[in-house]
Design a protein around this ligand. Structure first.
Ligand SMILES: [Zn+2]
Length: 327
């Protein structure tokens, strides 16, 4: 059974709120309280992190559920090898620190869950549908959480967007380091934000005219030529002051190679002004994000731009989008 852990005392209809579903993986029956404690840690972090901290005043947008099924063995399997049995068959791919979850097992687990709210007891599958319908303010994200690995260097994570009408929006993380950032980033993605990192594949060398029409996102824009003035980019007018709007655009072109740019500032910073940094939505060129770094730039499961090793804020454009959704 899926149990509601937030909010209490507020009758949020499940159908009309965003749903975060925390699923235990690799917790033994004896570790049930450990999973509950991690769920509480996550809630505390959500309520303390900008912009999700507005949830304290406006809890109506969110419902958090948890699902616990005990595993025979503790933690994800590390690398290859048998003799380790968990509910979702997860393992750490040691080459990329990706936490791989068996989706068929996850879907089977979700499909037998029921949840009770003011509207009665219903199947979780009636409230959380796979596919694009998971995006937006009444959408959902599934967050699979495992215990922390004993060796922090073997901590792992992942983010999987729905690719068709049968797949869920999913994040997965071991409870190592700043793991809550992986989950918050997943919520932000399900609320409509694009990834701001770049992928190594040939198909992502450059955003082309043929795919741009499908890629209108709040936080990544697509242009064949860099902007000259900030006012060349009307999509971001709402995040600029009047003076800034009329100023020359500050453009940071992708480095002169054809690799994903994995540079991040040594110290986490919050950009004060909108700039144009080439690279985003997976593409290495002809796509622009608004700041050098952002939690959406971090790339769970790809082996670069880690999401759990330092505190990373959302960029101004992402903050404005998220604030518009958290009502
Ligand atoms: Zn951003």
């Amino acid at each position: 059974m899926a149990s509601k852990i937030y909010p209490f005392g507020v009758g949020n209809p499940l159908d009309n709120s965003f749903k975060l579903i925390l699923v235990a993986e690799g917790f033994t029956a004896a570790q049930k309280a450990d999973f509950a404690a991690l769920c509480q840690d996550l809630l505390d972090a959500l309520l303390a992190t900008t912009p999700f901290n507005v949830t304290r005043a406006h809890p109506g947008w969110l419902t958090v559920l948890k699902v616990f099924a005990p595993s025979a063995n503790a933690g994800p399997r590390i690398g290859a090898g048998g003799g380790h049995s968990t509910v979702l068959g997860s393992f750490v791919d040691s080459s990329t620190n990706r936490l791989v979850v068996d989706h068929a097992l996850l879907y089977a687990l979700l499909n037998v869950q029921v949840v009770t709210d003011s509207a009665g007891t219903r199947k979780l599958s009636e409230l959380v549908s796979p596919g694009d319908i998971m995006m937006g303010p009444t959408g959902a994200v599934i967050a699979v959480i495992t215990p922390a690995t004993a060796n922090p260097a073997q901590g792992a994570d992942d983010h999987v967007r729905p690719v068709d009408d049968t797949t869920y929006h999913l994040v997965a993380t071991t409870a190592n380091g700043l793991w809550h950032q992986v989950v918050l980033r997943g919520i932000a993605a399900a609320l409509g934000l694009a990834d701001e990192f770049e992928r190594p594949d040939a198909a992502y060398a450059s955003a082309s005219d043929s795919n741009k029409e499908f890629l209108n996102t709040p936080n990544v824009i697509f242009r064949d030529t860099p902007p000259t003035l900030n006012s060349d980019v009307p999509a971001w007018r709402h995040v600029m002051s009047g003076t800034e709007w009329l100023a020359p655009a500050v453009v940071h072109a992708h480095p002169p190679n054809d690799l994903p740019n994995t540079a991040v500032p040594a110290a986490p910073s919050v950009a004060g002004k909108i700039e144009f940094w080439e690279g985003g939505a997976g593409y290495r060129r002809k796509s622009y994000r608004s700041a050098e770094d952002c939690l959406m730039r971090r790339a769970p499961g790809l082996g670069y731009l880690p999401a759990r090793n330092q505190a990373v804020a959302f960029c101004p454009v992402c903050l404005v989008h998220l604030r518009s959704m958290l009502r």
